[in-house]
Design a protein around this ligand. Structure first.
Ligand SMILES: NC(=O)C1=CN([C@@H]2O[C@H](COP(=O)(O)OP(=O)(O)OC[C@H]3O[C@@H](n4cnc5c(N)ncnc54)[C@H](O)[C@@H]3O)[C@@H](O)[C@H]2O)C=CC1
Ligand SMILES: C[C@@H](CO)CCC[C@@H](C)[C@H]1CC[C@H]2[C@@H]3[C@H](O)CC4=CC(=O)CC[C@]4(C)[C@H]3CC[C@]12C
Length: 410
């Protein structure tokens, strides 16, 4: 097996043991024009339908796009199992096509529920997770879902004989680290001190390590388990809850957003449709190129431009009437740090009464102010990945989604 994982290979360190608490509902899916088109254009091929796929977290922001992309672009699909704590009503519309779509309401922290869902599947795409950097979940459950949940998925594959496992990891497995080191146009082999303290990156790093270390384990039936991990940078597109939060914040402030991050601090972003496509492609090619791809990590990338987080968001929010005030942050960084700390204190004080989880907290401020961009072609070299959606297409689709939200916001 080709070992390319080196510096940024996720052999990171976590300071302190992470743990977590239940996550809020992910955004309901189904209302995006592209996704409806994808569903309508379900794969129609002469290939034999014989494969069973399971997507955990299949009703989440990314999960929904993966589910729909599989239906459109995996012609060998016989059954698609969608496993999630919160099932979306939109799943019903997918049950009219040639693929059997099985909705399974379940919890990845419950090993028996995972084993029942995995049994008989040829491929598992594990996207389920608590994506929380806002303090909504206590550390214990972040660990429970992201690490123990992943252990349950791995053991279910081994016990039931499922041989192919794709894990949705994250750029956060690498960085930004707690020292604020910039990661500039890095790749999967770039040396970087991946040291974390926050429960979310710690849990993702531990889960990724478990998945990669499971590669080659014998599953029921004696054949080896083949695993790999995909590391998206900041995903954007139809259904992105944080983009929705920024939009509504701008509406509340009279159409203005106030810059808090220097324009020079570039943050990697990738369109959700391209991330979904990479999941579909890697799951297919993993079956053909196990020796090369097994145990590997791949950053998710496309032609989305390198910009600061706020400037990138304005590519979509600007055409929808919002304006980013000032070309440089209005308030000094030390004052932002103070405000972020006050938000964290308020969250702690109010927790017995209500959940106060603003976008600005010490962790999000530090991450947003640390450049992290990737420049790699490993996915292209290993399994022929090319983005399915151009930057222009990704931008147009996202703008249309915000505009559709605008209609509902009036
Ligand atoms: N959103 C982003 O920018 C990025 C996300 N990722 C990863 O992508 C994956 C999906 O993230 P998103 O779609 O953004 O999040 P999301 O919160 O929209 O989707 C996560 C899904 O997992 C489900 N889930 C949560 N706990 C569960 C449990 N105990 N049992 C079963 N299902 C459970 C949720 O109900 C939800 O549908 C996550 O693993 C995340 O770490 C990685 C890089 C960037
Ligand atoms: C100064 C604050 C208020 O203006 C910061 C506002 C932006 C932040 C909310 C985001 C900046 C960077 C984002 C993270 C990044 O894209 C990497 C991620 C990877 C994941 O796996 C999950 C999401 C996230 C942690 C993402 C979350 C939001 C930001 C911190």
């Amino acid at each position: 097996m080709g070992q390319e994982g080196g510096g940024a290979s996720g052999r990171g360190r976590c300071v302190g043991r992470p743990a977590g608490a239940p996550k809020e509902d992910g955004p309901s899916g189904g209302q995006f024009e592209y996704l409806r088109t994808v569903a309508a254009g379900m794969a129609d091929s002469t290939e034999v339908r014989e494969l069973v796929y399971l997507v955990t977290g299949g009703c989440g922001f990314l999960g929904e796009h993966v589910v729909r992309m599989l239906l459109q672009r995996e012609p060998r699909l016989l059954e698609l199992r969608v496993f999630d704590l919160h099932l979306g009503a939109w799943l019903e519309e997918l049950k009219t096509g040639p693929v059997q779509v099985t909705a399974i309401q379940g919890d990845v922290t419950q090993a028996h529920e995972v084993a029942a869902a995995v049994a008989g599947a040829h491929v598992v795409i594990h996207t389920a997770g608590l994506v929380d950097v806002f303090g909504r979940a206590s550390p214990e459950t972040i660990y429970e879902v992201n690490v123990q949940g992943t252990k349950n998925v791995i053991e279910a594959c081994v016990q039931t004989g499922t041989r192919f496992l794709v894990y949705t990891s994250s750029m956060e497995v690498v960085g930004p680290n707690i020292k604020g080191h910039h990661f500039y146009r890095g790749n999967e082999d770039t040396p970087y001190e991946a040291v974390h303290r926050h429960p979310y990156p710690c849990s993702k790093a531990q889960a990724e390590r478990l998945v990669l270390e499971a590669n080659g384990r014998k599953v029921h039936g004696g054949l080896p388990l083949v695993t790999c991990a995909l590391r998206p940078t900041g995903i954007y597109g139809e259904g992105h809850q944080i983009m929705r939060d920024f939009y509504h914040q701008g509406l509340r402030l009279g159409g203005r957003l106030f810059r808090t991050i220097p324009a020079s601090v570039e943050h990697g972003r990738v369109y959700v449709g391209n991330v979904a496509w990479m999941h579909v492609l890697v799951a297919r090619e993993l079956q053909q190129r196990a020796a090369l791809m097994g145990g590997q990590v791949y950053f998710c990338y496309d032609q989305s431009p390198y910009k600061s987080y706020e400037d990138f968001n304005m590519e979509f929010l600007g055409p929808c009437g919002l304006r980013l005030v000032e070309t440089r942050p209005l308030v000094p960084y030390w004052l932002l740090m103070l405000l972020a700390a006050l938000n964290a204190l308020l969250q702690w004080l109010l927790r017995p009464l209500l959940l106060y989880a603003p976008l600005l907290n010490p962790y999000t401020l530090a991450v947003a102010n640390t450049a992290f961009t990737v420049n790699t072609d490993k996915a292209q070299r290993h399994f022929g990945y090319e983005p399915l959606f151009s930057w222009e297409d990704s931008r147009t689709r996202t703008i249309r989604w915000v505009q559709a939200m605008e209609g509902s916001a009036r």
